[in-house]
Design a protein around this ligand. Structure first.
Ligand SMILES: CC(=O)N[C@H]1[C@@H](OP(=O)(O)OP(=O)(O)OC[C@H]2O[C@@H](n3ccc(=O)[nH]c3=O)[C@H](O)[C@@H]2O)O[C@H](CO)[C@@H](O)[C@@H]1O
Length: 368
């Protein structure tokens, strides 16, 4: 068996692509997987490290504002398409899977026109432009959120599969994890973080409210600042009159390498609304307070957050309104209403899709 996977630009498209590549290797032992990306995207670094054969093609996105750059677009797009066509022809895959990002355009289009079975996976509740266009030519579309269905009214059948999460997110044991993070029986662990890079808005709100949060006896806080933002967070704490010594029930780290255990130990998550984060939260059945990153393309994080909020799994506060005072208010309300927290947890679990990867590979099996 031979498969081509394509998706790139940011980690948000690449990690699901790698998860799908891994799923194919498991389902079809000995299969060959080729990954097509661009030389500029993060994929040119991550994919070879993950041990996959990597090829680059040219791919361009149209700038939304008037720009000279747009004059180059037709030529670059045509060149990329021809490069992709050549790779598909020579590799002769049984199926091609795209996970979004500009580079998917030429690759999936070339495959579809050569009658190779194609599937695209969309991570967000508000689909990206490339996937929306490709949905007209592919055999199948897989989406993470039910809310994305309306954007794919074309002829290809659309399935809700969810987004594959790391196996450890599902398997991490809660009791062991709580012991590891020093959570005492009866304590409620709030896990706060701002996506893979951290988020200044969350850091500021946590710094502003730390004194109050630390004074709640049944609460324990695990806050992740983001790799580049730890020192800045500590400066913010100083500015709030909090010394460098953190209260006993507060732990602050710059990056959490062990997110599966942190999620397993948590009772409430405060975070941005990236698709991977939400897939992890819902697979673990955790209630969440979401603060969407307002500058994500098309404001898609707000759409992602609303997909959880509208089903009672989360509350949302917009970035502009998220202050220390607001965080305290929301946490106070949730602590005072444990039955609401339980209901949110149940709603979250109902949205979780622990079998996302299997379901996606099943679709690949169907189209070949
Ligand atoms: C800023 C931005 O535009 N982000 C987009 C990007 O998300 P991006 O991939 O940056 O962010 P996500 O929230 O989807 O994922 C963050 C990942 O990092 C992990 N993590 C985070 C912090 C930490 O300390 N340790 C750790 O392991 C989380 O567990 C999660 O797996 O692509 C997604 C899918 O297209 C989109 O939904 C997001 O909106």
């Amino acid at each position: 068996m031979r498969f081509i996977i394509s998706g790139g630009g940011t980690g948000g498209h690449i990690y699901p692509a790698l998860a799908i590549a891994g799923g194919l290797k498991q389902r079809y032992p000995g299969c060959a997987v080729m990954y097509i990306g661009t030389n500029r995207g993060l994929e040119s670094d991550i994919v070879p490290r993950a041990g996959y054969e990597f090829h680059a093609v040219r791919a361009v996105g149209i700038k939304r504002s008037l720009s000279w750059h747009n004059l180059k677009v037709p030529w670059e797009a045509w060149s990329g398409y021809r490069e992709a066509r050549r790779l598909v022809r020579n590799f002769a895959p049984q199926a091609v899977v795209g996970t979004g990002g500009y580079v998917c355009g030429p690759v999936v289009l070339a495959a579809a026109r050569m009658k190779v079975p194609t599937l695209i996976h969309e991570q967000n509740a508000l689909p990206g432009i490339t996937n929306r266009i490709l949905s007209r030519v592919v055999n199948r579309v897989a989406v993470t959120f039910e809310d994305a269905l309306t954007f794919f009214p074309g002829r290809a059948p659309v399935c809700i599969t969810g987004l594959p999460v790391r196996a450890e997110i599902i398997s991490a044991e809660r009791e062991r994890a709580r012991e590891k993070f020093g959570v005492q029986p009866g304590e409620l662990l709030v896990l706060s973080f701002g996506g893979s890079q951290g988020a200044r808005t969350l850091n500021r709100a946590v710094a502003q409210s730390l004194k109050y949060l630390a004074s709640i006896p049944e609460l324990r806080l695990l806050h992740i600042t983001g790799s580049g933002q730890y020192d800045q967070f500590m400066d913010m704490l100083q500015g709030e009159g909090q010394g460098n010594d953190l209260p006993d029930n507060v732990t602050v780290v710059s990056y959490m390498y062990d997110m599966p255990e942190a999620m397993a130990a948590a009772d409430l998550v405060v975070s941005r609304a990236g698709a991977a984060t939400l897939a992890e939260i819902t697979v673990r059945g955790l209630p969440a307070l979401l603060v969407p990153f307002p500058y994500a393309t098309g404001n898609h994080q707000e759409h992602n957050a609303r997909a959880l909020v509208s089903r009672g799994a989360a509350e949302m506060v917009l970035d502009a309104d998220f202050t220390g005072g607001e965080l305290v208010e929301r946490i106070k309300q949730l602590l005072a209403n444990r039955s609401l927290l339980t209901k949110m947890a149940e709603a979250s679990r109902r949205l979780g899709r622990p079998h996302a990867l299997d379901d996606i590979i099943d679709i690949v099996q169907e189209i070949i």
